[in-house]
Design a protein around this ligand. Structure first.
Ligand code: AMP
Length: 298
């Protein structure tokens, strides 16, 4: 039987009863196949799995979709039970941020670009909640998706800098049959927008083959992506980033090291995010886990 914990005491008590290796999968719920890939990997690697479901208010900006964010708690619990998850931790906001709460974690450089630039305060909320979830669930390994590549880099930095005793494992992006990266937010798309949305993955694939066969110059890769996305009139490009996989600094010249290509395109009110590591053979669990946000101690 899956155990449900919704308070600090309940999760600490439940965690204490687990022995052996524990994997944790932090989520905001409305679980889809992408989330379940993380859970399955955690199941394979560990003796026990904890999934957390918490729509974290501190990572949403004032004009973002906190209230509208899709929720399906009963469906989520049923799915997690089928996957053999031991514990679901689903606190409410008052449990995570009781009155008087005033402590936040701020990772500096790697939160500045990409999502950090377009969603001010987002990563401060993410790192704060993830640190709390790590403290409450005490995992050996925590699982995060490639889909949110900058999040991986930021959390890895926090784990290294604050000496959290755990590993981060990165799971490749799960996609719909037409290539669209799975996301809880895909539910917001109109039928026309949904039809247009695979443009992100297509542009990344084309950039990947240009990188492999023609040119590694960031200027050319940006141009190829822009040209490809401009064929899709419904989508508004918010940013295209070609960055170092550890520092996330934007690249202006070709690099001999792997690079992270990320895109955000808006379809109406929906922001879609996708990315690729290049060279292409790094987009698997081992390649991603080794490359994305790898922390070198100098
Ligand atoms: P979220 O519920 O959106 O906060 O996502 C929870 C975790 O699932 C994060 O580590 C995400 O990167 C990951 N995730 C979301 N979508 C996907 C996907 N399509 N494939 C793989 N992982 C994903």
């Amino acid at each position: 039987m899956i155990r449900i914990a919704d308070s600090v005491k309940a999760i600490r008590d439940a965690r204490r009863e687990l022995s052996g290796r524990v994997g944790v999968v932090p989520t905001m719920g409305a679980l889809h196949k992408g989330h379940l890939e993380l859970v399955r990997q955690a199941r394979v690697d560990n003796d026990h799995v904890i999934t957390t479901i918490f729509v974290n208010p501190t990572q949403f900006g004032p004009n973002e979709d906190l209230d509208a964010y899709p929720r399906d708690l009963d469906g989520d619990i049923a799915r997690l039970e089928t996957e053999g998850v031991d514990i679901v931790f689903m606190p409410n906001s008052a449990v995570m941020y009781p009155s008087g709460y005033q402590t936040y974690i701020s990772v500096e450089q790697v939160t500045q670009g990409l999502e950090g630039e377009h969603r001010p305060g987002h990563f401060r909320g993410v790192t704060t909640v993830v640190a709390k979830l790590f403290n409450l669930t005490q995992p050996d390994t925590a699982y995060f998706g490639q889909k949110d590549a900058q999040q991986v880099v930021v959390i890895r930095r926090m784990v290294a800098d604050l000496n959290f005793p755990l590993q981060i494992s990165v799971v490749p992006t799960a996609r719909e049959p037409d290539g669209l990266a799975m996301s809880s937010r895909n539910a917001y798309l109109s039928p026309e927008e949904r039809k247009a949305a695979p443009a992100l993955n297509r542009a990344l694939s084309i950039a990947g083959s240009v990188y492999m066969h023609q040119t590694k110059h960031p200027r050319d890769l940006r141009q190829v992506i822009e040209r490809q996305l401009s064929m899709e009139s419904l989508g508004q490009v918010e940013y295209i980033s070609i960055a170092d996989t550890s520092t996330l600094e934007e690249l202006e010249t070709p690099s001999s090291k792997p690079i992270l290509v990320s895109l955000v395109v808006r379809f109406g009110k929906t922001r879609l995010l996708d990315n690729r590591l290049l060279p292409l053979n790094l987009n698997n669990r081992a390649g991603l886990t080794k490359t994305l946000g790898s922390v070198e101690r100098k």
